[in-house]
Design a protein around this ligand. Structure first.
Ligand code: NDP
Length: 300
């Protein structure tokens, strides 16, 4: 039976390491979260982020403009936060409404307040291997692999998915850990065979249970980034989530087949309880680092 890599354990470890750093600061690190509209999933994510801030001793502020907010208004909000001394990190919760120019809003966030690590300048620092806020989900995965002592140096790592927020930064971070990295995507030929070469397989696709037993080398470490809602009872039952469906009317599954991974992998992250908590922990870590930077600059 494969070993389960628990995200909550890693989250607790990361948050516990942050607490003494927060206590050393002259004022609590401040995170501002902009949440547009009332998307239920985004509201849940933001609530857990704000809860984590309180746990670490950080100050947080939620700004909730209506769905009708314009690009100009959002840009003005971000500029206001950029100018505030008590705010160290700014997070704009995705997705933004279709009429908003997402790129413009994200690029307005000051490079040294970019709690999500999405600003192109910080992406450039990541490519160059220089310290800067890093995309939270892949950075958390690296912490998880380190904490569970999964060897990365020399390992064959395959990342399925090439988004700017998960796949690409994940591949770069694994490369910095000296893995031999392959990035696969929707145009990759012979995907299952490519994946079977992986000692570490990261799935960030957005398709429920897409990665099945034939993608996984026996004993491999499988990291499942996907969060997908299954709304068909028969499908949920087929994936071993019949009980969850019966009680909640839906099941949450990752991009990896939950029964197959348990049978074939050496270790894996479950969904839920795997990658999700890591993303939140690294958001806190980025904000604390930015606060340390701001306060050392202020006292210099
Ligand atoms: P995107 O939709 O931006 O990217 C999906 C990637 O998967 C693309 O690169 C796409 O390839 C690739 N892909 C799609 N279909 C296939 C296929 N059939 N074969 C191979 N590759 C395929 O998604 P994100 O990266 O933003 O998110 C991925 C998943 O992770 C989602 O389920 C999301 O909800 C979840 N997520 C979870 C987080 C967490 O904290 N746990 C945080 C962020 C995301 P191509 O580029 O060729 O189209």
């Amino acid at each position: 039976m494969a070993k389960i890599l628990h995200g909550v354990t890693v989250q607790t470890d990361i948050l516990n390491r942050l607490k003494p750093r927060v206590q050393k600061l002259k004022r609590p690190p401040g995170l501002a979260v902009i949440l547009v509209g009332h998307d239920p999933a985004s509201e849940i994510y933001v609530r857990s982020k704000i809860k984590a801030c309180a746990e670490v001793g950080m100050f947080s502020e939620k700004i909730s403009p209506p769905e009708t907010v314009t690009t100009e208004e959002l840009v003005a909000m971000v500029e206001g936060l950029n100018a505030r001394q008590d705010i160290d990190g700014i997070l704009v919760q995705m997705p933004l409404p279709k009429h908003v120019d997402t790129r413009r809003v994200l690029e307005t966030v000051a490079v040294d307040k970019d709690a999500d690590g999405f600003h192109p300048v910080n992406v450039g620092y990541l490519v160059a291997g220089r310290p800067a806020p890093k995309a939270c989900t892949p950075a958390g995965i690296i912490e998880l692999l380190k904490l569970y002592k999964i060897p990365m140096a020399g390992a064959n790592a395959v990342v399925v998915g090439r988004s700017d927020i998960v796949g690409k930064p994940m591949a770069l971070m694994l490369l910095h850990e000296n893995a031999t990295v392959t990035i696969a995507h929707s145009r990759t030929k012979g995907l299952a065979e490519v994946c079977r070469r992986a000692d570490i397989l990261v799935a960030a696709i957005g398709k429920p249970a897409f990665v099945t037993a034939d993608f996984i080398a026996p004993g491999a470490t499988v990291v499942d980034v996907g969060i997908n809602r299954v709304t068909d009872a028969a499908e949920a039952a087929r994936l071993g989530r019949g009980e969850e469906f019966a009680s909640k009317g839906r099941a949450i599954v990752g991009d990896v087949h939950p029964l197959d991974v348990e049978r074939v992998a050496g270790a894996y992250t479950p969904v839920p309880g795997g990658v999700g908590p890591l993303t939140i922990a690294m958001l806190m870590a980025n904000t604390v680092e930015l606060a340390e930077l701001h306060q050392s600059v202020a006292s210099a």
